[in-house]
Design a protein around this ligand. Structure first.
Ligand SMILES: NC(=O)C1=CN([C@@H]2O[C@H](COP(=O)(O)OP(=O)(O)OC[C@H]3O[C@@H](n4cnc5c(N)ncnc54)[C@H](O)[C@@H]3O)[C@@H](O)[C@H]2O)C=CC1
Ligand SMILES: O=C(O)[C@H]1O[C@H](OP(=O)(O)OP(=O)(O)OC[C@H]2O[C@@H](n3ccc(=O)[nH]c3=O)[C@H](O)[C@@H]2O)[C@H](O)[C@@H](O)[C@@H]1O
Length: 440
């Protein structure tokens, strides 16, 4: 099948590549000329494990191509995916200007039947708005489908190729058949396609992200209680997670959820609710808890250093909002850096993939290390903000010889408290007892 993907960011590139991989002819459209040039020349624009191999294969074999021309992109396509940004507007509601702007442009170009698919995360009612935008300039036949995306960065290829489910909001039989054919290879791997109306599909996406964010904020509050009551959140997590009704996943406390989606989507759902005069109280609390959790380590750090961070040198491990991505949108590490610098401390950071992106935002406000151990040179303390695998089993001897103090503030609970105390570290984490080794 010939398909177009408009918007070649994270979701667009994964969507385009994976549909090419299942034998479709895919043209990806983006307004960013340099991005299109790089991609056309075989240079991948995002860090996503496993994607580059598929991208290069499909580019080479001619199933995947890139253009800045919307007209060329959609000319022969039967299905057009819109994978455009939906950032928060001033009031927190999703800003639909990109989606509706492109829909209107597509209306000007259409000459025959096509299916427009909302892949972006969009509020309830957007499919109707897209229909209206297209119909401003085109009075022929077309359909609009809502097909929200549930992939996670870092495991995006697997999530896309072997999804837990595919949600398709569709009210036309013709479009349903086309979408069913397109997704047939994914269903073969045993996962259901759930068909529903467009409004339910649109809400399903926000409900999923908001529920997951709620789970995280709930555990962050349990962690707060654990610290005050002398319990261990990792034990509580295991204790409740083995109940199938609760489930083991997404129960990890930390320094708050970040990324390009949870913060924006929870806020957008609250805003959608308020537009229909509903006060979504749980989600207001979820956002509030998350804001506080982002700075959870700071009082601990201040307390340890007697409320004076001036001149203190911090090593920071992890800048990306989570492991296996170079994405730093709403990354908790950035909030901590801000606060530490404000209080007169200096920071030397290491991240396996995200340094390039952070340099663009922070420049020389902080120093950057070549590897995790170099970041520790003369550090008064190590702060851990992202749970990259290589941070989990470090060479402690290498750490000790570089650090001025054997002190760790861990926002991701990477180490066993007993073992780290035996190595002589003072170790503070989230929802677990502070431990202090003998050679503090
Ligand atoms: N990043 C993620 O993990 C996920 C994102 N989503 C949703 O998917 C949507 C897209 O998100 P991302 O891919 O992260 O965004 P992104 O910001 O990475 O990419 C958007 C792309 O659209 C391009 N663009 C903007 N205006 C355009 C136009 N008029 N014509 C053509 N291209 C244009 C930009 O140049 C950019 O390359 C959002 O609604 C997001 O909430 C959904 C699931 C996962
Ligand atoms: O709509 C989206 O864009 C996507 O948002 C999330 O995916 P993503 O943002 O890539 O990352 P997650 O793995 O969900 O993590 C989000 C944040 O929650 C934090 N988190 C996650 C899990 C956990 O147990 N604890 C926790 O603090 C992570 O550190 C991270 O900051 C969802 O998991 C995807 O299903 C969805 O498609």
């Amino acid at each position: 099948m010939k398909i177009a993907v408009v918007g070649t960011g994270y979701v667009g590139l994964v969507t385009g590549t994976c549909f090419a991989e299942t034998g479709n002819e895919v043209i990806c459209v983006d307004i960013d000329q340099s991005k299109v040039d790089r991609l056309s020349n075989g240079e991948i624009t995002i860090y996503e494990p496993g994607l580059e191999k598929l991208f290069l294969r499909n580019l080479k074999e001619g199933r995947l191509s890139f253009t800045t021309s919307l007209a060329d992109g959609i000319k022969d396509a039967v299905i057009i995916f819109l994978a455009l940004p939906t950032p928060p507007g001033a009031d927190g509601a999703a800003d639909l200007r990109y989606v509706l702007g492109v829909a209107e442009d597509i209306g000007k170009l259409l000459t025959d039947y096509k299916v427009l698919v909302d892949k972006s995360t969009v509020p309830v009612g957007t499919a109707d708005k897209v229909r209206e935008a297209v119909a401003k300039n085109y009075n022929g036949e077309f359909d609009v489908v809502s097909n929200p995306e549930f992939l996670r960065e870092g495991v995006a290829v697997d999530d896309f190729m072997k999804p837990d489910r595919v949600v398709i909001g569709v009210s036309s039989e013709r479009a349903r058949k086309l979408m069913g054919d397109l997704y047939a290879p994914f269903v073969r791997s045993g996962n259901p396609v759930i068909y529903m109306d467009e409004r339910s599909a649109e809400l399903t996406k926000y409900a999923a992200n908001s529920f997951l964010a709620t789970k995280i904020s709930f555990m962050n509050e349990i962690a707060q209680l654990c610290e005050r009551l002398g319990a261990d959140v990792d034990m509580v997590r295991l204790g409740i997670g083995s109940d199938d009704r609760i489930g083991k996943r997404f129960l990890f406390p930390g320094i708050g959820y970040g990324g390009s989606c949870f913060p924006k989507d929870v806020q957008a759902l609250v805003q959608s609710a308020s537009q229909v005069e509903y006060d979504f109280r749980i989600l207001n609390a979820v956002m509030d808890v998350n804001e506080k959790q982002k700075t959870h380590l700071l009082p601990k750090i201040r307390r340890y250093f007697g409320n004076d961070l001036k001149g203190k040198k911090f090593a920071l491990w992890g800048l990306a909002f989570k492991p296996n991505t170079d994405d730093i949108r709403e990354a908790p590490a950035l909030y901590m850096i801000d606060e530490l610098i404000k209080e007169g401390a200096s920071v030397t950071a290491f991240d396996p993939e995200a340094i390039r992106n952070v340099k663009q935002v922070l420049g020389d406000k902080i120093s950057y290390a070549e590897n995790q151990y170099d970041a520790l040179q003369d550090a008064d303390a190590l702060v851990i903000a992202t749970e990259w695998n290589e941070f989990r089993t470090p060479d402690f001897l290498k750490m000790v010889v570089r650090m001025r103090n054997k002190v760790i503030f861990d926002g991701r609970n990477l180490f066993d408290t007993k073992a780290i105390a035996e190595l002589g570290f003072h170790y503070e984490s989230v929802g677990r007892n502070t431990v202090t080794g003998s050679s503090k």
